[in-house]
Design a binder for this molecule. Structure first.
Ligand SMILES: Cc1ncc(COP(=O)(O)O)c(C=O)c1O
Length: 446
């Protein structure tokens, strides 16, 4: 049913009638026609605790009655202090300080500000270049989009910084490199980027420790994150992990980067930090970097009107406590194994799955014409996601440019609160959707 009022709302799917969602609970969402969807991707990997988690709703209500906004140049607030202390406890780096914003893109912008200012404060104003990797996605604001190498940058190419220069290892399954060769390839890419730009000019490297929306859960080879840390130490470059998707237990650890020893200097986070209750994000910064700013009279003044708003902080703190109290990181790891095993079984019976990959409850599938060539199956990601949606299953479609090819992949990221039967239902529906794709692998051309 169309809603005339929606005619005036600029939406992502111009001209298409999206279902109108009216209710969400746990890993389910319902539309106005009463259709139920099992949400196996949390929209865009947002729902760490599912829809409308009662503890988060209660925390929001309590805070709504108390204090919802303070301006960072005028006041601090208790939820912000409480959340900063919690972030310090779980952060991957030593003596972390935190800074908060409202979206993943904003926090990537804050990390850009911080990386450049840090070197200025240390008397190295020429260190302004940023390195990032392809494929990747770091956000839609122009600074973050400039770091990204995804289909979303094309229209703005002329106004964007040309940062994305190091290919991430494991992204091109057609290369059929061994794990050892991928490792060498990936680290060479980074070292070449640093040396060609000149270490005296490079401020930081941005990376998703496990790739998200661009690349669909590509896990780096063993040794890559540690090797990257070593390169950053050697050349004096900040290592900035964008954990917008991979934070808060998504991959079976509190942070994606926790799977390895090499610790980032800065992590950015968003999405799962409030499980969709309110827009919120932040960054955690290693003590040795934070102290440089804390020693300045102006501190770290960069940010946004809603930076550190008490409502978001209170909900984020409750999210962390809930994940801890319910041991959801461990639970997510175990359920991730069940999901992964089921996806492998499904993949074995389809000629169109080139690879299943990921960690914890972040799992991707690359879609190919056949397993010999591993060539991408054109338009398969959107078609598979559409078949799944018809069956009441939400999965995330990630077509991603890589050189001359458009990679086709889908990703699953169910909330950490799912149970075994939810996982089994997701797998059954995924298998049904894939059977539809296998039956008509090519999009109809008119
Ligand atoms: C890794 C990563 N960084 C940053 C962003 C941007 O987050 P937001 O859309 O909240 O600005 C995204 C969004 O998908 C993301 O996946």
């Amino acid at each position: 049913m169309r809603d005339d009022k929606l005619e005036h709302s600029l939406a992502a799917a111009a001209g298409r009638d999206l279902p109108i969602a009216v209710r969400g609970s746990g890993c389910r969402i319902w539309d106005r026609e009463g259709r139920e969807y099992i949400d196996a991707c949390g929209g865009a990997m947002v729902m760490s605790l599912g829809h409308c988690h009662p503890r988060l709703v209660e925390a929001a209500k309590r805070q709504l009655d108390q204090l919802t906004f303070t301006y960072r140049f005028s006041f601090s607030n208790e939820p912000m202090a409480d959340l900063s202390a919690l972030i310090r406890e779980i952060a991957p780096m030593q003596r972390a300080s935190a800074f908060f914003n409202s979206s993943g893109s904003e926090s990537v912008e804050s990390a850009i500000h911080m990386a450049i200012l840090y070197w200025q404060h240390l008397g190295k104003p020429n260190k302004i270049e940023l390195i990032s990797r392809y494929p990747s996605y770091h956000g839609s604001t122009l600074g973050a989009l400039g770091l990204s190498s995804s289909r979303w940058r094309k229209a703005f190419e002329l106004v964007l910084e040309k940062n994305a220069i190091a290919q991430l290892p494991g992204a091109d399954i057609r290369a059929r490199r061994s794990e050892a060769d991928e490792l060498r390839f990936g680290l060479d890419q980074i070292e070449d980027a640093i040396v060609s730009r000149g270490p005296d000019h490079v401020a930081g490297i941005f990376l998703e420790p496990i790739s998200g929306a661009s690349g669909a859960a590509v896990v780096p080879p063993e040794g890559y994150i540690d090797g990257l840390r070593e390169l950053c130490n050697r050349y004096g470059v900040l290592m900035i992990c964008d954990e917008t998707i991979t934070g808060f237990g998504r991959t079976g650890e509190w942070w994606g980067s926790n799977h390895w020893k090499g610790k980032p200097d800065i992590v950015t986070f968003a999405k799962g930090v409030t499980s969709g209750i309110t827009p919120f994000s932040g960054m955690a910064v290693a003590g040795n970097i934070a102290e440089v700013f804390l020693a300045k009279p102006e501190g770290f003044p960069w940010g946004h009107t809603f930076s550190g708003n008490p409502l978001g902080c209170a909900i984020a703190a409750e999210t962390i406590r809930t994940i801890r109290d319910d041991d959801l990181v461990t639970r997510g790891r175990a359920l991730g194994e069940r999901l992964r095993a089921g996806m492998e079984t499904i993949a074995a019976s389809s000629p169109h799955i080139g690879q299943v990959r990921g960690k914890g409850l972040l799992q991707g599938m690359e879609l190919v014409t056949d397993r010999d060539s591993l060539e991408p199956l054109a338009e398969a990601s959107n078609r598979l996601a559409a078949f799944a949606k018809e069956l009441g299953l939400m999965i995330y479609s990630c077509p991603t440019p890589l050189g001359r090819r458009m990679l086709e992949a889908v990703m699953l990221a169910p909330p950490l609160i799912v149970d075994e039967s939810d996982i089994d239902e997701i797998l059954e529906k995924l298998a049904d959707a894939l059977r539809k794709l296998d039956a008509s692998p090519h999009a109809e051309t008119t």
